[in-house]
Design a protein around this ligand. Structure first.
Ligand SMILES: O=C(O)CCC(=O)C(=O)O
Ligand SMILES: [Fe+2]
Length: 350
C-alpha cells in the first residue's frame, strides 16, 4: 500500500501536515431569531467572521434534517455503484454537469469523485472565455436512473439551500451597511450549482489531497459535510492551515471571490483544501452560489470613497467562470484566473 498514481502527488510544500495540536476554531453562528435584537447580533457576528476568516458555520439554519438524511442516502447509493454505472452520466465538453472522477486543482489530480447539477436548468453561460466572443451556451443537467429518487431529492435539496443562500446574502449585505437586498439583483439568472464530493479512502493520504488548495469563485458557498472531517482553511492572519470541525447538521459558509471584490477586500475569500484519510470515505455537498453570467463584478459604490478607493477593476462574472472551468477538463500549463488579476495596483495578494 501507499502507492498511488503520480498524477495525485502534491509538491512537498503543499502536502498535509496532520498536526494534532488544538487550534483556533472558526465561528459558529446561530441563525434562529426569537428576540428583538437577534438579527442585529447575527449580522454583527457574520460581519466579523467574514472579515477575520471568510468562513463560519451556521446552526438553526432552517434546512430540514430529514432532507439532509435523504440527500446523504442517495449520494451514498449513487457513489457505491461500479464506475461504469456512474460513467453513464459522465460530464464532458458537451455536458459539463454530471459525474467526473479526474478533476485537477492547480494541475494535480484530486483524490475524489464528483457529481454536479445546476440549480436552474438550463443555465446560460458564455460559450468561451474569449472577451470578444458574445455567444452563449445553455448548460443542462444529466440525471442517473439509479437511485430512482436521486433527481427529486437533489432538486428539493437545492431549492431549500438556495433559500438559505439568499438569506445569508441578505445578512451579509446588512453587515456591509447595504440594504438587505443590496446584492440580490446579481442573482436574477444565477448559474449556481450543487456538487457532491465523494472522497474514497486513500492509501497515501500524506501525498495526495481530496481537493488541492483553492478559493471558491462565486459569491458564497453553503457546504454540508459529514462527520469524518478533512476540510482545512488557510487562516487570514498567517496562512496556517486550520481544520474545520464537523458539527452535526450545521452548514459551513464561505465567502467566494465575488464577495471579496464587492466588499473591496473587507471580506476574505479564504483558500481551503481537503485532506483525505486511509480509513474512511467522506462526503461533502457544496452549493456554489453564483451570480448571473452577465453580472459585472466590482467593489460596491457605497463601500468606496477617496480614503478607500476601489481595489479591483470591473470584470464579467460569466467570462471569469468560463475561464476557470476550462481547467476542469485537462491539465493546463497556465494557472487558473484569480481575482488578483483585476487588482487596481500591483499590491499582490494578501
Ligand atoms: O469537501 C469539502 O469539505 C470542501 C470541498 C470544496 O472546497 C469544493 O468542492 O470547492
Ligand atoms: Fe471549495
Amino acid at each position: 500500500m501507499g502507492e498511488i498514481d503520480v498524477a495525485f502527488i502534491q509538491e512537498s510544500e503543499f502536502r498535509p501536515k496532520f498536526r494534532t495540536t488544538e487550534v483556533d476554531e472558526i465561528p459558529v453562528i446561530n441563525l434562529s431569531v426569537s428576540n428583538p435584537g437577534d438579527t442585529e447580533k447575527i449580522v454583527s457576528e457574520i460581519g466579523s467572521a467574514c472579515e477575520k476568516w471568510g468562513f463560519f458555520q451556521v446552526i438553526n439554519h432552517g434546512v430540514s434534517v430529514e432532507l439532509r438524511r435523504r440527500i446523504e442516502k442517495v449520494a451514498k447509493e449513487f457513489f457505491d455503484q461500479p464506475l461504469e454505472q456512474k460513467k453513464k452520466v459522465k460530464r464532458d465538453e458537451l455536458y459539463p454537469m454530471g459525474f467526473y472522477d479526474s478533476e485537477h486543482t492547480k494541475n494535480v489530480r484530486d483524490w475524489k469523485e464528483v457529481f454536479d447539477y445546476l440549480v436552474v436548468d438550463p443555465s446560460f453561460i458564455p460559450a468561451s472565455a474569449d472577451p470578444d466572443d458574445k455567444e452563449l451556451r445553455a448548460l443542462t443537467n444529466q440525471w442517473p436512473h439509479y437511485p430512482p429518487e436521486f433527481r427529486e431529492v437533489c432538486q428539493e435539496y437545492s431549492r431549500e439551500v438556495e433559500k438559505l443562500a439568499f438569506k445569508l446574502l441578505e445578512l451579509i449585505s446588512l453587515s456591509l451597511g447595504l440594504p438587505a437586498d443590496g446584492l440580490s439583483g446579481y442573482f436574477k439568472d444565477q448559474i449556481s450549482f450543487c456538487r457532491f464530493n465523494y472522497y474514497p479512502p486513500c492509501p497515501a493520504p500524506h501525498l495526495a489531497l481530496g481537493v488541492g488548495r483553492h478559493k471558491d469563485g462565486g459569491a458564497l458557498t453553503v457546504l454540508a459535510q459529514d462527520d469524518v472531517g478533512g476540510l482545512e482553511i488557510s487562516r487570514r492572519s498567517d496562512g496556517e492551515w486550520i481544520p474545520v470541525k464537523p458539527i452535526p447538521d450545521a452548514f459551513i459558509i464561505n465567502i467566494g471571490n465575488c464577495m471579496q471584490v464587492w466588499s473591496n477586500d473587507k471580506y476574505w475569500s479564504a483558500e481551503h483544501r481537503v485532506v483525505v484519510n486511509s480509513q474512511k470515505e467522506r462526503f461533502s455537498l457544496p452549493f456554489f452560489f453564483f451570480p448571473s453570467h452577465y453580472a459585472q463584478i466590482k467593489p460596491v459604490d457605497e463601500l468606496i470613497n477617496d480614503q478607500n478607493p476601489a481595489k479591483y477593476k470591473e470584470f464579467n462574472w460569466g467570462k471569469f467562470f468560463a475561464s476557470r472551468n476550462r481547467s476542469d477538463f485537462k491539465r493546463q500549463e497556465i494557472e487558473n484566473i484569480q481575482i488578483d488579476h483585476f487588482k487596481v495596483t500591483s499590491q499582490g495578494s494578501e
